[in-house]
Design a protein around this ligand. Structure first.
Ligand SMILES: Cc1ncc(COP(=O)(O)OP(=O)(O)O)c(N)n1
Ligand SMILES: Cc1ncsc1CCOP(=O)(O)O
Ligand SMILES: [Mg+2]
Length: 211
């Protein structure tokens, strides 16, 4: 199976209530899907377990309605419990190899790449897509290591044929150069959650990606 059919998504929303500027996160989710978002990750870093599960179940109703994948950030227990489509983890989370053993129904396991050395590991081998994390430094997530930049994307592109999801300070002005550098998909928080009109923002991002 080629890369495009293994991971046929272009625009990825990474969603958290805190980034939605006081608007309801479910409204932002639905508007963004109508605007053109292809999959959503629920990333709630500060919620207790019960709250995260409740939000994930509410969001799952919407993503199921529109038949798009729901990815859960970090938490395997929640991903399994809500029957999410997949999970995204980084170097400090449960490793992809363990996820494969504990959750055989995971359609997508995403793994953040912070060092080039990770590309040559079993964790990367069993992952379905790689997050290039971050492409550009961003106030949304400050505990990052490598600012990959466009050159970093080109380097990673030469070393793997895994689907590459670019994330970190991406917006309508820079996403085309990120795709041209070798990314397959663009993930954003602020460009949609923080936009005055999330539906319009998603539409404009998607339009730029499809040019
Ligand atoms: C699509 C995507 N790429 C990278 C990340 C970052 O994941 P991680 O390194 O585990 O950091 P946290 O998101 O857990 O703070 C992501 N969430 N999504
Ligand atoms: C979750 C995450 N992982 C790497 S950067 C980032 C945050 C991206 O947020 P924004 O799109 O607002 O820069
Ligand atoms: Mg994580």
């Amino acid at each position: 199976m080629n890369k495009q059919s293994r991971f046929p998504y272009k625009l990825y929303l990474v969603l958290s209530e805190a980034d939605c500027k006081g608007r309801h996160f479910l409204k932002v989710a639905e508007e963004s899907i109508i605007g053109g978002v292809d999959l959503i990750q629920l990333r709630e870093k500060n919620d207790d377990l019960e709250t995260f599960i409740r939000k994930a179940l509410q969001l799952k109703e919407i993503t199921d309605n529109y038949e798009i994948p729901l990815i859960i950030n970090d938490n395997l227990e929640i991903a399994k419990k809500v029957n999410a489509t997949g999970i995204h983890v980084g170097t400090h989370d449960i490793p992809p190899v363990a996820i494969r053993e504990l959750w055989c129904n995971a359609a997508y396991v995403g793994y953040s790449i912070e060092h080039l050395e990770q590309l040559d590991t079993e964790e990367t081998a069993v992952s379905d897509y790689l997050g290039i994390s971050p492409v550009f430094k961003t106030p949304t997530k400050t505990d990052t290591i490598t600012e990959w930049g466009l050159d970093g994307i080109r380097t990673i592109r030469k070393l793997t044929d895994k689907p590459l999801v670019a994330i970190g300070n991406l917006d309508v002005h820079n996403i085309k150069s990120v795709i041209d550098a070798g990314a397959d998909c663009i993930a954003v928080v602020s460009a949609i959650c923080g936009a005055p009109n999330p539906q319009k923002a998603a539409y404009q991002l998607k339009n730029e990606l499809l040019k």
